[in-house]
Design a protein around this ligand. Structure first.
Ligand code: GLC
Length: 438
């Protein structure tokens, strides 16, 4: 009997959860039409329509070392690249298909170069692999919910054909996990309707993955999608439940719990603008301040943040994205101690921001300016001392004269006199490190 339990899941994802912050990279032929990675499906394009992008693909400026440096400088600890997205185009030199980057003008194994470059920067590497495949001749097409040819009866396929696709998919996963050294993360995408669980031969697949890469962690989407569900949320996760939930474009209210109310490993994946793949006209970028605060929010709820970039057709990460990443990295270089290895503080959310915690170190992330001292409910007598995390300077843990009504609370002031109001030194997030008494 193939078993799985929350203990095993937690054990496997332990180091992943220390890392807290990673880079998601959506890149493929769809960077050329620049209308998102779903363009073929949304516009019901035929393979021939889409072929022009295959014929043209030539990312002369692809330099994964510069991507890796950007990720590292942003304070990210790992990265996940789309080895194959729903369009079926492979960024690696698969022996099982001709539909791959080595057969384009690029003539390069883009996955190999990605892995080598990110490893060289000391980052962990993960691969996104789409379960959907709009190129493979045996993948359900006519009447499939998402396939570009869903309305075209000429694409009617036998139900049994899917097994040939599943063999192909297993074969490609084997290639990815055999030919490129250690892989830390496998990100499948995604299950829907009857295309779920054992349709993908998930027990067999998971066994193979774990035998090839014993340390790997796998996301939950062999039986779920970005909407989330899946047996990882239940009392009895299946063998192929995956090791972490992957909610998409949202940070789950209250974090992620299973049916027993126990916190389970999770990672929110979020775009920097409003698209995964490159869309030149999409300038709806989130600010560095928003990203910093959302990263804090994930960590305060025991989760990771996988933040997406969508490189363009030439292989460049958009400048807007790089600028935001640089600023986030600058903040993390001073305040990373409050993020990496940290988690939920087991305290109610304070009015002015959020807490994160690592053992006896409590981090107060102050987003909002307070009048007078900063109030910390129920912490009176528990704080040994406080420091501004960014520069190590002392902050006073005091009892200002006007707080007698709140005997159970601690109060922290950024300067003296302690009842005065002081502007926050970092408007994005001022972090106060509090050492708690044992
Ligand atoms: C989705 C989408 C997709 C994107 C992804 C990221 O399910 O289909 O295009 O890659 O989620 O989580």
């Amino acid at each position: 009997m193939d078993t799985n339990s929350l203990e095993q899941i937690r054990e496997r994802s332990q180091s992943f959860l220390q890392d807290r912050f990673g880079m998601f990279i959506h890149w493929g032929l769809y960077a050329i039409p620049s209308r998102g990675e779903w363009v073929r499906s949304l516009e019901k394009m035929t393979l021939e329509d889409y072929q022009v992008y295959f014929d043209e693909f030539n990312p002369i400026e692809y330099d994964p070392r510069s991507w890796a440096k950007a990720a590292k400088n942003a304070g990210m600890k790992y990265a996940v690249l789309t080895a194959k997205h729903h369009d079926g185009f492979c960024l690696f030199d698969s022996e099982l298909t001709d539909y791959k980057s080595t057969n384009t003008k690029a003539s390069r194994d883009l996955v190999r170069e990605f892995i080598d470059a990110f490893r060289a920067e000391g980052l962990k590497v993960g691969l996104y692999y789409s379960l959907l495949d709009w190129h493979h001749p045996d993948y359900p097409a006519y009447e499939d919910k998402f396939h570009p040819m869903r309305d075209n009866p000429e694409f009617k396929r036998e139900k049994s054909q899917i097994s040939r696709y599943v063999d192909y998919m297993h074969g490609q996963v084997r290639e990815l996990l055999t030919n490129y050294g250690k892989i830390d993360i496998m990100f499948f995408d995604f299950a829907y309707e009857e295309m779920i669980g054992e349709t993908w031969k998930s027990t067999e697949l998971t066994k193979m993955i774990r035998s090839l890469q014993p340390h790997i962690i796998i996301n939950s989407r062999l039986e779920s999608s970005g909407e989330e569900t899946g047996s990882i949320y239940t009392k009895e996760p299946t063998f192929y439940s995956g090791d972490y939930a992957s909610p998409e474009q949202m940070i789950p209210p209250g974090g992620v719990m299973n049916e027993n109310g126990e916190s389970i490993p999770w990672e929110a994946n979020i775009t920097l603008n409003n698209n995964w793949g490159y869309v030149a006209s999409d300038r709806t970028y989130k600010s560095a301040k928003t990203i910093i605060r959302k990263l804090v929010e994930c960590v305060s709820k025991n989760g990771n943040l996988l933040l997406n970039v969508g490189p363009d057709a030439k292989g460049k990460i958009p400048q807007e994205s790089l600028t935001i990443l640089t600023e986030v990295g600058e903040w993390l270089s001073r305040n990373g101690e409050s993020i990496y290895g940290c988690g939920d503080a087991s305290l109610p959310k304070p009015e002015w921001g959020r807490y994160t915690r690592n053992g006896d170190r409590l981090y107060a992330h102050v987003f909002e300016e307070c009048i007078g001292a900063i109030n910390m409910p129920e912490l009176a007598g528990h704080v040994k001392h406080g420091r501004l995390l960014s520069d190590g300077s002392e902050v006073s843990v005091f009892r200002p004269w006007n707080t007698t009504m709140y005997p159970n609370d601690a109060f922290v002031s950024l300067d003296k006199p302690e009842h005065h109001t002081y502007p926050l030194p970092d408007k994005r997030d001022t972090v106060i490190q509090l050492t708690l008494k044992k």
